[in-house]
Design a protein around this ligand. Structure first.
Ligand SMILES: O=C(O)CCC(=O)C(=O)O
Length: 252
């Protein structure tokens, strides 16, 4: 199977994204896709995550990353079938494939909740240095399980910064500071925002009284190492329920 065949089998077509959506992703470095999840799916995924957080306790997130002030979980590919939508949805895959030139595999599937009073991150790109326009190696999607508001720690992104030829750690005296071109991703739960991971971004402080929950379905080019080695972690029952195309995107 080729990547093009896998994407086609999962429903990705030439017109899955409109020309305007592709242009916005190229220009801005991010694209909100409204209504990818309905409210029932949001509620169910949220409940599954809450149960996993209780079950995993102190170990939660350890396969990839633990971060003070947040509740994180990792390796969600193997933790519940409900997360399969995060690496098989055609609109999301079309946007990821657009950024990565059709050269796509899953890097990791994690969740991150910014806890009340916490969650601020420095601006960063998910790549160590700048890359030439079009030579992008990584692309993320953030799946909103709560509405993202000005108060509750919505992700900030710096408009067009994937084309700046530099990264925050080089260009900013203090990447934790506000950037004049930053915008917060404000959208209802069920929205997925695909963002070119070379676009400068970061979590903001959650000033509300409840956690701000989201999933991160992160992709890379097939020649890059995955953030979580899916081949090492894949469980027999996961492998058995996934389609050939989904297994191909995991590279297992
Ligand atoms: O969850 C967010 O708002 C962004 C998280 C992020 O960029 C990261 O953890 O690297």
């Amino acid at each position: 199977m080729t990547t093009a065949e896998a994407l086609y089998a999962l429903g990705v077509r030439e017109d899955t994204l409109s020309p305007e959506e592709r242009d916005a992703l190229d220009r801005d470095g991010y694209l909100p896709l409204p209504g990818i999840l309905d409210q029932g799916q949001v509620a169910y995924l949220t409940q599954v995550l809450e149960e996993l957080l209780v079950a995993e306790g102190e170990a939660a997130g350890k396969e990839v990353h633990q971060e003070a002030g947040t509740a994180r979980l990792s390796d969600l590919v193997n933790k519940h079938p409900a997360f399969e939508v995060c690496f098989t949805h055609p609109r999301v895959l079309a946007a990821i494939a657009h950024v990565l030139g059709g050269d796509v595999k899953l890097s990791s599937l994690n969740s991150r909740a910014a806890l009340p009073g916490q969650g601020a991150q420095a601006l960063h790109a998910d790549w160590s240095g700048p890359v030439p326009e079009g030579a992008y190696q990584v692309c993320n999607s953030i799946w909103l399980l709560d509405p993202f508001t000005e108060e509750n720690g919505a992700t900030r992104v710096v408009h067009g910064s994937h084309r700046s030829g530099t990264v925050p750690s080089e260009a900013m005296p203090d990447p934790s500071a506000r950037h004049p071109k930053e915008v917060q991703l404000l959208a209802p739960a069920g929205t997925v925002v695909v963002f070119n991971s070379h676009t400068w971004h970061g979590g903001t402080r959650n000033n509300s009284g409840t956690p701000r929950r989201a999933l991160h379905s992160y992709f890379c080019r097939r020649g890059q190492p995955q953030q979580l080695d899916q081949h090492r972690y894949i469980r027999p029952e996961t492998r058995a329920r996934l389609s050939e195309a989904a297994r191909y995107l995991l590279d297992v």
